[in-house]
Design a protein around this ligand. Structure first.
Ligand code: HEM
Length: 390
């Protein structure tokens, strides 16, 4: 699956070597410092040219011009597939409790309706319930004050736990979320899944079906969560059938996934459980990283705190019928700029070419290769010390 004649194909080949051992080294180097490696090549090429990094048996082709980004974002799932790229990267079957993107929900209607409609519609109600949880989590994370009243903590750990608790409540409901054993299992599961998905890339493919399930089984966290989720979903199905419980009084994603699932295959307890794993995994990492970077940026720019606080107070004083989230232009700009400077992933719009594809500018991608936008390099081409923000 090599890209032949890279010069003719308008693609610069980066990385150690195109020979198999060189590809293995490059692929390992990518795990250790993928973002640094991509930024280095992007800077060397001054962002003018598409480039490719060899991985085992394939290439990651990185495109960055505005036209290419539009072309990639608008391409159909049948030609350049998001789900096939994620399947290669995450191996859902092992890391998401057997979840598979298939004809049960070919267009992703269930998560789309849950996240883009039902969650957004219910945000004001959900948000009110979260305030005590956020206060409590911050108080728990900031114990052991010194003589001047300061607590010492790792920002990342604080936010990882805070976001995990918020996500558990919003996604899985307060009953499961307030069980400490369940909370520990979710934290452990998210760690197991990331380690497994990174490691399996470096295993011979014949070993993956043996090693990946064993790694996910080792701590028991994924199986404990699957059992707890299935029991909760079964309980709700029975309640709904008996109509003994007013289902609409529940404000969580399990409820909305059950509502949004229309076909018998979408509505099984197993599929609902696996769908919840998908949403849980997708929501976990980016949110805590984005929040911790925003907090660091606030610490670097204390002058913005007062302005942001005023704006938030004004928005909170609006009546319940007004949209609080659409009235925060300063906060919105602050978070966007913080996300630009601290890109959360080296790559975005990751797609797997299912058939050969040539971009309008001549960049050619043979079938089987990954295509993506090197967002960290594009958003932030200068080293951090050379930047001025805001
Ligand atoms: C700072 C926060 C977040 C960032 C930066 C982020 C970023 C992304 C990106 C870049 C993608 C891939 C999109 C593509 O290539 O077309 C994605 C997909 C996805 N995200 Fe997020 N995300 C965030 C938060 C969340 C949260 C909170 C949830 C769930 C509650 C979520 C659920 C999903 C799902 C389900 C997908 C897959 C969509 C599909 O299957 O079509 N994300 N996210």
């Amino acid at each position: 699956m090599l890209i032949l004649n890279p010069e003719q194909r308008n693609v610069y080949i980066g990385g150690t070597s195109i020979l198999l051992f060189g590809q293995w080294l490059t692929s390992l180097e990518f795990v250790i410092d993928g973002a640094g490696m991509i930024s280095g090549i992007y800077r060397r090429l001054r962002g003018d040219k598409s480039f490719a990094i060899p991985a085992l048996g394939k290439y990651q082709v990185l495109v960055s011009s505005e036209k290419q980004i539009r072309e990639l974002g608008q391409s159909s799932e049948e030609v350049r597939s998001f789900h096939a790229a994620m399947e290669q990267r995450i191996k859902h079957k092992y890391t998401l409790s057997g979840f598979e993107h298939n004809d049960v929900d070919p267009n992703n209607d269930v998560p789309r309706r849950v996240l883009k409609v039902l969650l957004r519609m219910n945000l004001p109600t959900v948000q009110r319930g979260l305030e005590p949880l956020i206060r409590d989590s911050l108080a728990q994370g900031l114990t052991g004050k010194d003589a001047d009243g300061w607590s010492r903590t790792s920002g990342f750990t604080l936010y990882k736990h805070l976001i995990a608790r918020i996500n558990n409540h919003v996604l899985l409901g307060s009953e499961l979320a307030s069980n400490p054993r369940f909370e520990d299992a979710v934290n452990r599961y998210l760690q197991d899944a990331v380690v497994t998905m990174e490691l399996y890339h470096h295993l011979p493919s014949i070993l993956v079906p043996l090693v990946a399930p064993a790694m996910m089984r080792w701590s028991g966290a994924m199986h404990f969560i699957a059992d707890s989720l299935s029991a909760e979903i079964e309980k709700r199905v029975i309640e709904n059938q008996k109509a003994s419980h007013n289902a609409s009084s529940r404000y969580d994603c399990i409820q909305w996934v059950m509502e949004a699932s229309k076909t018998p295959a979408q509505r099984t307890v197993l599929r609902t459980t696996q769908r919840m794993f998908g949403i849980l995994f997708a929501s976990a990492h980016q949110m805590s990283m984005a929040r911790v970077y925003a907090m660091f940026d606030l610490c670097l720019h204390l002058e913005y705190i007062e302005h942001l606080r005023k704006e938030i107070e004004q928005a909170r004083s609006l009546s319940d019928t007004e949209d609080h989230f659409n009235n925060l232009p300063l906060l919105d700009s602050f978070l966007r700029e913080s996300a630009r400077i601290n890109a959360l992933d080296a790559l975005t719009i990751q797609r797997l070419a299912l058939s050969p594809y040539t971009f309008a500018d001549g960049t050619h991608v043979p079938a089987g290769n990954l295509v993506a936008v090197p967002q960290a390099a594009v958003l932030n081409p200068a080293p951090r010390s050379a930047q001025r923000i805001f």
